[in-house]
Design a protein around this ligand. Structure first.
Ligand code: FES
Length: 107
């Protein structure tokens, strides 16, 4: 379990990159949901937390592939492989990411 930041420091519509190995992007949607996925696009080497968040979709800043934050799956080319998803909780106002196991299905 990795502390990310205070909930109030990640407003809705914003995202933050956590320097884990590999890095994880944490997203606070306009609907107030929190999601975490591997931050590196599966197409090339772009940081998804620097992309454009719209609803539950994050658009890669480099070539505009879009990923569903709920499943990690790309919804359009050029990305073909899913990113891992991770569980997010808020304890005492602090956002935490629970990293998915290196192998196996996403949390
Ligand atoms: S690096 Fe993300 S779509 Fe190309």
């Amino acid at each position: 379990m990795i502390p990310v930041c205070r909930l109030e420091d990640l407003p809705e519509g914003e995202s933050v990159r956590v320097e884990t190995t590999p890095p994880v992007g944490v997203f606070h949607t306009e609907d107030g949901e929190l999601y975490a996925i591997d931050d590196t696009c599966t197409h090339q080497d772009a940081s998804l937390s620097e992309g454009w968040l719209e609803g539950c979709l994050i658009e890669c800043p480099l070539h505009a592939a879009s990923f569903d934050l709920r499943t990690g799956r790309p919804t359009c080319l050029p990305a073909r492989r899913a990113v891992r998803t991770h569980r997010v909780t808020v304890d005492d106002g602090i956002i935490h990411v629970h990293l998915a196991a290196e192998e196996g299905s996403a949390a």
